[in-house]
Design a protein around this ligand. Sequence first.
Ligand code: ADP
Ligand code: MG
Length: 478
Amino acid sequence: MWESVIGLEIHVQLKTQSKIFSSASTNFGAEQNTQACAIDLGLPGVLPVLNEEAVKMAIKFGIAVGANIENNSVFARKNYFYPDLPKGYQISQYEIPIVSNGSVNIDIDKKVKKIRITRAHLEEDAGKSIHDLYENESAIDLNRAGTPLIEIVSEPDLSNAEEAVKYLKYIHSLVRYLDISDGNMQEGSFRCDANISLKKSNSSELGIRAEIKNINSFKFVEQAINYEIQRQGEILDSGKSVIQETRLFDPIRNETRSMRSKEEANDYRYFPDPDLLPVSISNSLIENIKLNMPELPNEKKERFIKQYKLTDYDTSILVLDKDLSAYYEKVLEKTSLNPKTTANWIITELLSYANKSNTGVKNYPVNFEDLASLLTYIHDGLISNKQAKIIFEKMWNNGEKPQDIIEKEGIKQISDTMEINKLVDNVIKNHYKSVEEYLAGKDKLFGFFVGEVMKESKGKANPKIVNQLLKEKLRNDK
Ligand code: ADP
Ligand code: MG
């Protein structure tokens, strides 16, 4: 009866060296309150100076989502008081954002859905309140104050938690492809507010929304949205109405809680910042950035499907993570194994180890050269696929090289036809009864003979050659 409607506001920290309006460092993890300068704190008598890099990164994003890039966007002061904002206002963009009217396409149930991006504006991050350092006291770390952000605001085009997470993952992937953010969610470089409302099915009028603030993991976004849909559904079912408010998600109790009633834009008394000129962007700068755009996730996806004959599913997994797709292509360059089987190896074997240990591509204990050698050994028939899996486990756990493991443990596959011939002869001799049955038409027994030869070889015989020799011999016996 109720249909959920979701819009996301995503905050992305840009990976500039210095802050958006000052030369203070943006490095994460420095000692508290050592990286906020007088400008970040808004002390009297200082003037902000716009960081050109941040502007270029925002333009890059705008181009990637096919948006309008504003030639003269305006910085505004958003006035509010909070301990982590000692200036009393945040410099943001309000009426004229740098990026507007873009969109991205995401895959939902094998269909492409277009999610419209209303706007993306530049702003400064606030400091951070820390509540778990001292008992009964909160601490403020202002290092983050002034870190450049783009806030990406979507239209309410998302229909459920699954779509919202897909969209969020796509934007996460995109900003990493564009190299404008490290996307580190634990460190807060990528976080989002989820706006959720319910409306009557078939009604075009949107319902009253709740906004869940500052969610910093894909799983929490999914849980928070599903919790809200449930909560609002119960309220509406009982004939009451949802209150427009800002809520917090508590991952421990898996619920959202009211934080404050939702503020309206006029509460913030926005006005153009008198310390900053409009951001003047020439068309030639935009053109120049356009010419130097990297390959985007959707483009890479199309290329992988065409060039490597991969399935849609395989490609989506490889392409979502820019580093993983680069790893795959580096393995391909070095191995003789075909692209499809190589992709299978990465998706089923390597990723299962990586996911279990939560290891990112940069920290894989198996480098692309070693994986490429391992796969080439399979291709050359030196080892079987099964043996390769055992070797890979050792490579992953102990960082050993495949050639060393093979040598040390003598796990080479037997591909010598003479040697396998002997084994085949033995099996035929020792199972003459079964051979007679087979020759009389019991075809199923063929697998039994293969199994016996493999057993005799302790699993080392090349199964292709075993099959081939057995077929020849048994045919001759016929
Ligand atoms: P703010 O939250 O700052 O007041 P907006 O009103 O522009 O800003 O909305 C922010 C986000 O909320 C956007 O992503 C928008 O799509 C989404 N949104 C607006 N109205 C609704 C609604 N009724 N239900 C769900 N999402 C909504
Ligand atoms: Mg909002």
